[in-house]
Design a protein. Structure first.
Length: 616
């Protein structure tokens, strides 16, 4: 899966010190090997000369149209800057230097770059760009366009993207087709993989012409080099892409069998229920379902019964990010971990699982669910060795106990947990006065606003709001539009938000943006909780510096314990399956990829196609 941070802010998927030597041609430097693939641990699964990925059908028919749906809106097509909300599908118009396979979590294969040279100490890399690469206006794509994208990100890009690539020191064009990056570190291949799979070049000649300004939002269709171009834009309502028949990269092994639709249209809906009703009415062709109740009881409409629409549940081995309520510790009322722990006791997951989630989900007990990077059971000797320098500075339970969120019997009778929450509130200096939970020193009454930009979790948040009100907390759910939600989260202007943190495998520099102290005061970072924990910073550094998989896992598991016992998140749940529904005019390969549905830049499996004769 290609990671397109430069084209889709805060959406991601995973791709960390052994280097696989797959030589292609003589290296340009005596201490560098020229390769067509990079992998952090072990050797890449696909050797030079492979023709296509196993989950792509190289003979898939081209043609037809697909209509997709997205919730929310968009107000910019500038893929670089922090300001504005861009369409997730904007990555369709872009290329990256390398792409992932969907079968490995730490490998990348040449796309724009036909080969890359890396020295033994991995302090730099030189990418050789394919000479046939072209922008859609026919102008050759050069290393200078990659440098332009890099410089624009450094000047105007989102803090998250900049932090993700912060181990890259310099990016320079050696000539039109050779790009060199120099790292701040040595001995690590992962920063090179991250750069290669994340950076989308930007057409310098286009951005600098006719008064365009890459520092500002725009709704002018941007020039791309990828398999699609933007055909029409209805701001905030829809965007339509058309396939580029003479796309320069269509015959690359990493592209065969992909991008089979002539047009891809994305319609935007403000409300999730309205969006589902539109699907039932045939307004769009494919949806991923994230509501258990709807998946269990809602798919009984006529198009399902007569075979025009079908469903699939596809199990994924993809390591997941942790969804949960993120408590903004910049607010004084959340500064005491006992308050945060108490709030966790008031969230009755078992009742929600039984009555709202239809028993379909697993409770999240880690910041790295569905993976081998999160804490399980008591700490191992390797984890204890990493935690020991912080004894007395982090909760003692991190050294001894298995973290488990508070449980109930699912009956709705949560008295025992309420009593424990009340005890913790009292220890932290909050008492019930005149029916309101009040700070004994300041007289402040506890109030909590849950900020939501979609409404998709209202049915889950509202019962929690009611539970908080019962113990004297003035709790409210505030639903705002997409743009306001983005602005308020960028400014950390909230009490609580629901966030799901994707991470890459093995976890890397994104950990700093999620959990690092340096990101806590950087507006637009993903450290929503405002975590400033020296132990977490040190363990993130250990994870990034690890030279083997065991060391990475020990560091991330120890980090997980520090974060869990700090109660920065009230954990939700996760689903190891992907639920999809689609019109049966669509077809797909028999073999799904191991770690995803074939998503690269679209939110849609881009190896699917329209069956000939069923284009309508």
């Amino acid at each position: 899966m290609r990671r397109t941070f430069a084209t889709a802010v805060r959406t991601t998927a995973p791709l960390a010190a052994l280097f696989a030597v797959l030589a292609l041609g003589a290296p340009a430097y005596a201490d560098a090997a020229a390769v067509t693939a990079l992998k952090q641990f072990g050797e890449p699964a696909f050797k030079p000369g492979f023709t296509h990925f196993p989950h792509a059908n190289p003979n898939a028919p081209k043609g037809g149209a697909v209509t997709l749906a997205a919730q929310g809106s968009f107000d910019s097509l500038n893929p670089i800057i922090l300001r504005g909300v861009t369409p997730r599908t904007l990555g369709l118009v872009s290329d990256s230097l390398m792409v992932g396979s969907g079968w490995e979590l730490d490998a990348a294969y040449g796309a724009l770059a036909e080969r890359v040279e890396v020295p033994d100490d991995k302090s730099w890399a030189t990418f050789h760009l394919r000479k046939e690469a072209r922008w859609h206006d026919g102008v050759p794509l050069t290393a200078g366009d990659v440098v332009f994208a890099w410089d624009s990100i450094q000047a105007h890009g989102s803090p998250f993207l900049k932090s993700f690539l912060d181990r890259v020191a310099t990016v320079e064009a050696l000539d039109d087709h050779r790009l060199k990056i120099t790292l701040k570190t040595t001995g690590e291949i992962k920063p090179i993989i991250d750069f290669a799979t994340s950076i989308a070049p930007q057409p310098k000649h286009w951005w600098t012409a006719n008064g365009r300004d890459i520092a500002k939002t725009t709704l002018e269709p941007i020039l791309g080099s990828g398999p699609y171009r933007i055909r029409t834009v209805d701001p905030g309502r829809s965007i339509t892409f058309e396939r580029v028949p003479d796309y320069w990269g269509k015959d690359l092994p990493v592209a065969r069998g992909f991008n089979n639709f002539d047009t891809v249209k994305v319609d935007y809906y403000r409300d999730d229920d309205v969006m589902f009703e539109a699907f039932k009415a045939g307004a769009y062709d494919f949806r991923t379902e994230n509501r258990a109740q709807r998946w269990t009881t809602g798919y009984d409409f006529p198009a399902i019964k007569d075979g025009r629409v079908a469903r699939r549940a596809v199990k994924s081995e993809l390591p997941l990010g942790a969804q949960g309520f993120r408590l903004n510790t910049r607010r004084a009322k959340f500064a005491d971990p006992r308050v945060r722990e108490a709030l966790g006791y008031l969230f009755d997951f078992e009742w929600i699982q039984k009555n709202i989630l239809y028993g379909q989900y697993s409770r999240t007990t880690s910041n790295f669910p569905n993976s081998d990077f999160g804490a399980k059971g008591p700490p191992s000797p390797a984890e204890l060795a990493l935690l020991e320098p912080f004894r007395g500075k982090i909760p003692e339970r991190a050294f001894t106990d298995t973290f488990e969120p508070p449980k109930t019997d699912g009956s709705g009778n949560n008295r025992a947990n309420v009593r424990e929450a009340t005890r913790l509130f009292r220890e932290a200096g909050w008492e019930l006065k005149n029916g309101k939970l009040t700070n004994a020193k300041t007289g402040e009454a506890m109030s909590i606003e849950f900020l939501d930009g979609s409404g998709g979790l209202t049915r889950v948040v509202q019962p929690y709001v009611e539970a908080l009100r019962k113990v004297g907390i003035d709790a409210t759910l505030r639903l705002v539009d997409t743009a306001q939600y983005q602005a308020r989260t960028d400014e950390f202007d909230f009490d609580v938000v629901v966030a799901n943190f994707n991470f890459f495998t093995p976890p890397g520099t994104e950990l700093r943006s999620y959990f690092g102290s340096a990101a806590a005061d950087i507006k637009g970072s993903a450290n929503y909780a405002g975590i400033r924990e020296p132990a977490a910073d040190a363990l993130i550094d250990r994870a990034l510096a690890a030279k083997d998989l065991d060391s990475v896992q020990a560091a991330t598991r120890a980090l997980d314990r520090v974060l869990l016992w700090g109660f920065y998140m009230i954990p939700h749940w996760y689903n190891p399956e992907n639920w999809v529904a689609y019109k049966t005019k669509l077809a797909f390969p028999d073999t799904p990829p191991k770690y995803d549905l074939g998503f690269r830049n679209t939110g849609f499996p881009d190896t699917w196609w329209v069956q000939p004769g069923k284009e309508g």
